[in-house]
Write a protein that binds this ligand. Structure first.
Ligand code: ADP
Length: 396
């Protein structure tokens, strides 16, 4: 292969140089054409007496508002004025949260987590649902962009209704099937025939699984309903956590796990107690299912000045880092066969995530394969109340 005479190599070299020369010339020419095209476009825009950038932006279908460093309203296009009910003559230089007066908007601005959008009803047009985003602009300025997401919201609602109705409709026939199979399973072998016994046992197990999935889907649908059914009150956390520890011990009994509990007494959490119970149950049941025999499960409730931390830590199989961001998606499993064998529905962490969001909390997942996992829920300090005993102790 390397034995070609030098003349052949010279010929190849010459052909390559000629091709290279033509490629380079055509590239330079194309760039020159592109450049002159864009210059020409700029010139023609400048020369066009009818072109006015501000009025072009004004007629965009999205709302655009220019904000100062202290959120003062500097300018807004027509769509923004229509949706937010802004009168530019009166509102310019006033704080935008005052001008727009949308519940929750001040919190959104002060958190400065602008990767997330803020969804709300348009104050001046209740038929329009808006997705608001803030983008840093030049030095110390911001651009607020509002987009009409009414259609997306309607489609989401159709999807939610479908899942809720389908699960509800499936529940009744399934309960009947489940009841009969349970009865047949308990019958002595002689009366149903030995050849049917394993089949009935399997049908019963699978029906139980479907029932569990439907229950989880119904719970998810309920959690997805927009904030109208939030029942948040202060609930003492210690009794709830002690019960969770007892449940963990009961679930772990066959696997020989060590269950350790560290609970800060005398703090209440502003929450829906039922939802928090469901959140803990899901985290504990995962820890038990994904921790091999004789491992350790730690359950913690800690409070400091920044808030309350509810953690479930295990020495289980762990999760690969690349999978962590997707764990809260419905039916996402890192190992589907293992999850099904362990009796999982694939909806547990999606339920946890919904409950976390409904409590303005944050879910933090840390894990290392073969070492274990930590699922921590951080509740903001506004949701924590020190109970009287604690206050009295501090005063002594
Ligand atoms: P499942 O019912 O499959 O457990 P979940 O939504 O509760 O569904 O969890 C999603 C996936 O996250 C699981 O299938 C499993 O792969 C992984 N997972 C959850 N908790 C743990 C844990 N404590 N240790 C290891 N993997 C876990």
């Amino acid at each position: 292969m390397w034995s070609s005479p030098p003349a052949t190599w010279l010929l190849y070299g010459f052909i390559a140089s000629v091709l290279g020369f033509f490629w380079y010339r055509s590239k330079v020419k194309k760039e020159a054409i592109d450049e002159s095209d864009s210059e020409a476009a700029q010139k023609s825009i400048k020369a066009d007496p009818d072109f006015d950038l501000q009025s072009s932006i004004s007629s965009l279908p999205d709302a655009l508002i220019l904000l100062g460093a202290q959120w003062q309203l500097r300018w807004a296009n027509q769509t923004a004025c229509d949706w937010f009910g802004i009168n530019l003559a009166q509102s310019t230089d006033h704080p935008v949260w005052q001008v727009m007066n949308i519940p929750g908007f001040v919190d959104y601005l002060s958190k400065k987590e602008f990767g997330d959008s803020f969804d709300c009803q348009a104050p001046a047009d209740t038929n329009v649902r808006l997705g608001i985003r803030i983008v840093p602009y030049r030095e110390n300025q911001f651009l607020l962009q509002g987009r009409d997401i009414t259609k997306i919201g309607q489609l989401e609602q159709i999807r939610r209704d479908f899942v809720a109705n389908a699960s509800h409709e499936l529940r009744t026939p399934l309960s009947i099937l489940y009841g009969y199979l349970e009865m047949m399973r308990d019958e002595p072998v002689e009366s149903i025939g030995s050849q049917w016994k394993p089949a009935i046992e399997q049908m019963f197990t699978q029906t139980e699984r479907i029932k569990q999935i439907i229950d989880d889907m119904m719970l998810l649908s309920r959690l997805e309903q927009v904030d109208t059914d939030l029942h948040h009150e202060f609930h003492p956390m210690a009794p709830l956590m002690h019960n969770a520890c007892k449940d963990a011990e009961a679930l772990s009994v066959n696997k020989g796990h060590i269950v350790e509990c560290q609970i800060d007494e005398n703090y209440s959490l502003l929450c829906d107690a039922e939802e928090i119970r469901s959140l803990i149950t899901n985290l504990i049941s995962n820890a038990v299912r994904y921790t091999p025999d004789n491992g350790t499960i730690e359950i913690r409730w800690k409070v400091d000045l920044v808030g309350g931390y509810l953690s479930v830590i295990d020495t289980g199989i762990g999760i690969e880092e690349k999978n962590i961001p997707r764990l809260t998606e419905r039916f996402y499993r890192t190992d589907p066969a293992r999850s099904k064998a362990a009796g999982g529905t694939g909806l547990g962490l999606a339920i946890v995530n919904h409950i976390v969001n409904r409590h303005q909390a944050k879910l933090i997942i840390r894990s290392k394969v073969e070492s274990g996992s930590e699922f921590m829920v951080h509740f903001p300090s506004e949701s924590i109340r020190a109970d009287h005993e604690q206050v009295n102790l501090l005063l002594k």
